[in-house]
Design a protein around this ligand. Structure first.
Ligand code: SF4
Length: 388
């Protein structure tokens, strides 16, 4: 980065609340500098310092003129959320507990594989959609994460692995918006954060390596396809409306036919005709793992270019669901494969640090009091069992 001197910087009074530049997309950062009376290229310089060099101190931005650095320090900041704990699994999976403004905690998980490293990023503190098998849903909903708190999770992981100073032990090569929360319920902030993941002056990830996973907020799928080009995953978990209404309650508002249609339309908006939707299906013992469920799923997806990811359910305290048996899992996979689908089975990772899919719970300050209701229901159930 070259040094460029500029002494014509007007004096700016410090603002009460500093603006956090970490979460500003390229266009928002440009607007910020133009409002300051600066040239557009300052946005590119600062963006590279933040997202490619991992710098959070304006004083280190050596190609930005000193008066501008001082002005920025007075009115702005680069602030990632605070890491409270990090857990490292024996299999290399890494989980961060991150405290966000207001005191609640979210979780971010890194899953290393031979040729890539996937970061599972959270979009909300808790979740309002209350899927019946999901640990996050049981925590209730507190608030949307800001764009800075979303991209901050990538920044934290990249910094931890030394990605910013090319001494990387590992790298974040893929991001899945599949942590806590429903990303399409926090549309603006998620899209801004994903634009930084994709940006050449940001993390430069390919559009195939950034995936948004939704439980099916249909109108927002339409909007997403008009605005950004990322891979789309849909969390289906059931092959018919009756069962899906029970497992994924947003299905009552946007039933399966609408979700499949919206997904198909999303693909038609993508310039690359070979793209596929990823269909996620969590297999729960005796609930959605029967032969007829697999056959219904095969029929349901017949016109949707897709690949299917089967996820064995990870049991946790607040629910009575059990993990699928190996027999049912293999039968389910075989039926789909025989119908011509590409099927992968997600192997459970980070079991020893509770980092597996569906186990992310953080510690949410639950505004909906849902976790209390769940605890009360569970206590009542146990009392009935104990009294015979
Ligand atoms: S599965 Fe996803 S959408 Fe459903 S409650 Fe959990 S976090 Fe929310």
């Amino acid at each position: 980065m070259s040094h460029s001197a500029d002494n014509s910087v007007p004096t700016v009074e410090p603002r009460e609340q500093k603006i956090n530049l970490l979460g500003l997309s390229a266009s928002r950062l440009e607007e910020f500098f133009i409002e300051l009376g600066e040239k557009r290229f300052r946005a590119t310089q600062v963006m590279k310092w933040i997202h490619q060099a991992g710098v959070d101190d304006f004083a280190q931005m050596s190609n930005v003129a000193k008066p501008l650095r001082e002005k920025l320090a007075a009115i702005a900041e680069i602030r990632a959320p605070e890491v409270v704990e990090r857990h490292d699994s024996v299999d290399g999976t890494c989980k961060w507990i991150i405290r966000v403004e207001g005191g609640s905690c979210i979780e971010t998980v890194y899953i290393p594989e031979r040729d890539r490293g996937t970061l599972c990023v959270s979009s909300q503190v808790g979740c309002s959609l209350d899927c019946s098998f999901c640990a996050t849903g049981k925590q209730g909903f507190n608030r949307d994460l800001t764009a800075a708190e979303i991209i901050g999770q990538v920044w934290i992981a990249a910094k931890h692995f030394g990605q910013f100073d090319s001494k990387a032990t590992r790298r974040v090569t893929n991001v899945v918006m599949m942590g806590m929360g429903e990303p399409l319920m926090n549309y603006r902030n998620v899209v801004d954060a994903m634009s930084l993941m994709l940006a050449d002056n940001g993390y430069g990830l390919s559009k195939r390596r950034v995936t948004l996973s939704t439980a099916g907020v249909v109108p927002m799928i339409e909007k997403l396809g008009d605005e950004i080009d990322v891979s789309l995953a849909i969390s289906l978990h059931a092959p018919n409306d009756e069962l899906r209404n029970e497992l994924v309650p947003i299905n009552r508002k946007y039933p399966l036919a609408q979700l499949i249609d919206a997904s198909r339309r999303y693909l038609t908006k993508m310039p690359d005709i070979h793209r596929k939707i990823t269909v996620e299906y969590t297999l729960i013992d005796q609930v959605n793992d029967r032969r007829e469920h697999a056959e219904q799923l095969a029929a349901l997806l017949v016109d949707l270019p897709c690949k299917i990811n089967l996820i064995p359910f990870n049991p946790f305290d607040a629910v009575d669901y059990r993990k699928v048996s190996n027999n049912s899992l293999h039968r389910f996979r075989d039926i789909l494969q025989q119908a011509g689908y590409i099927v992968t089975v997600r192997t459970t990772r980070g079991d020893d640090i509770a980092a597996a899919c569906g186990q992310l719970a953080g510690s949410v300050n639950d505004k909906t009091r849902r976790s209390e209701r769940h605890r009360a229901k569970r206590a009542a159930r146990e009392e009935i069992i104990a009294s015979g």
